[in-house]
Design a protein around this ligand. Structure first.
Ligand code: HEM
Length: 425
């Protein structure tokens, strides 16, 4: 068995000299210099993750794009070569085989193809477009709550609640139950990383709630996404109740923290780049939407919420970027590094909201390409445009060096984003 621990220290994959230290506080604050080093000196880089698991980090755009679409890289954690005793302690979601974990991001074709086709029938771009007025209303209501104060924490008061209420609405979770979801999701985002303690209890409560909701919707269908998931059929095939519950769960999870961080990282990047922000503000005042559209894509490229794509495991030996990878090895595609690759993007470290040639990997690539991208775009565009319109004097209330980043493995986002503005009624 080619297990990481069996590799001799002088294995060609051993850490090259001068490699930056990863997963420190400094790295969480600004990982981009380390990624630039890796792209240049060790583009497919073997490293120990904070959990102790060894994985390959892929940092060049061309390699990243290839890896995301490579059928030899499976999403199923069963292909991970870690010895059995370490399983469940690796921080790899799904290794414990919880029912809710058999979802799109943990499976391969043909199961993935079948489930994705079914969910795509219910979660259509049209459904998202029809949802736009509701997202606007939610956005305004959240701003109404703090606009008279002259200050807010844009993560806690705005970026965090907006996507959770939006997804709950879309799924058909009744309004009176949505604060429970906000609390469960809050527990997971604060203490994320693994199914332990309070997080495990929150997941359990959410699972119980979703199972019961799906049951109710089966009896009494509505116009919501859960009813759509139950109804969706493909060649006479339907989702089972378990599959529908897992699907609702992944929609919540894939669509929640990502959008929090799209808004948080996006507003922060605008506040740090006043000329770009001013340009966007002018174009919004003039009633133009183009810069907002390209701008959201650029914010995703420049400092997107998904730093590393989710886990992949080699099903057979393969070579990527000139590096041999053994069967069973985990591979993590570093979207944040690929999207700053100077081989692909001109001036990659510059925020240019009008950037046109911008095929970034922020939503992934290939068969697992983000299913929720239309919703994320809608929420991101509405949130940013409304903030800039209603609070044109928005500014950071602390030094940017005082801000703390979460430092999770997959996601990149701020813990808090304190801002000030003139109080308004
Ligand atoms: C997949 C990013 C919002 C649902 C993905 C992947 C990325 C991503 C990078 C691919 C992961 C991989 O290949 O390992 C984002 C970003 C978002 C966002 C940056 C916000 C700015 C959403 C929303 C939803 C959603 C709002 C749904 C409500 C999904 C689902 C998948 C996915 C279901 C799995 C698709 C599959 O495996 O076929 N997302 N996402 N995402 N996303 Fe998103």
């Amino acid at each position: 068995v080619d297990h990481p621990a069996d590799r001799p220290a002088d294995h060609p994959a051993a850490c090259p000299a001068g490699a930056p230290e990863l997963f420190t506080w400094e790295f969480a604050t600004d990982p981009y210099p380390a990624y630039a080093w890796l792209r240049e000196h060790s583009p497919v880089h073997r490293t120990a993750l904070p959990s102790g698991v060894e994985a390959w980090l892929v940092t060049r755009y061309a390699d990243a794009r290839q890896a995301l679409a490579d059928t030899r890289l499976s999403k199923n954690p069963a292909h991970h070569a870690e010895p059995a005793h370490a399983k469940g302690k690796t921080g790899i979601p799904g290794e414990r085989k919880a029912e809710l974990m058999t979802h799109l991001l943990n499976i391969d074709p043909p199961d993935h193809t079948r489930l994705r086709r079914l969910v795509s029938k219910a979660f259509t771009p049209r459904r998202v477009a029809e949802f736009a007025p509701r997202v606007q209303e939610l956005t305004d209501r959240l701003i109404d709550r703090f606009i008279a104060e002259g200050k807010a924490d844009l993560i806690h008061d705005f970026a965090f609640p907006l996507p959770i209420y939006a997804i709950c609405d879309l799924l058909g979770v009744p309004r009176e139950d949505q604060d429970d979801f906000r609390d469960w999701a809050g527990m997971m985002i604060r203490h994320g990383g693994g199914p332990r303690g309070g997080v495990a209890r929150s997941v359990k409560k959410m699972r119980g709630y979703l199972a019961e909701l799906i049951h109710r919707k089966r009896e009494n269908p509505g116009d919501d996404l859960i009813s759509g998931l139950i109804r969706a059929s493909d060649h006479g095939e339907h989702l089972t109740e378990n599959e529908a519950a897992a699907m609702a769960f992944i929609l919540l999870f894939a669509g929640f923290e990502t959008t929090v961080n799209l808004i948080g990282n996006g507003v922060y990047a605008l506040l740090r780049n006043p000329a770009q922000r001013e340009r966007l503000q002018h174009s919004l005042d003039a009633g133009e939407g183009d810069l907002l559209e390209t701008g959201i894509e650029e914010l995703l490229r420049y400092d997107g919420p998904v730093e590393l794509a989710t886990w992949r495991f080699a099903t057979e030996p393969l070579t990527l970027g000139g590096q041999d990878i053994a069967a069973g090895d985990p591979v993590l595609v570093v979207l944040a590094a690929a999207d700053r690759d100077p081989e692909r993007f001109e001036d990659p470290d510059t925020l240019d909201l009008a950037r046109r040639d911008n095929q970034h990997l922020g939503y992934g690539h290939g068969i697992h390409y983000c299913l929720g991208a239309p919703l994320a775009r809608l929420e991101g565009q509405t949130a940013l445009a409304t903030l800039l319109r209603r609070l044109p004097d928005l500014r950071l209330a602390v030094e940017s060096t005082d801000l703390r980043w979460r430092g999770g493995l997959i996601m990149r986002g701020l813990r808090t984003l304190p801002v000030e503005f003139a109080p308004r009624s």
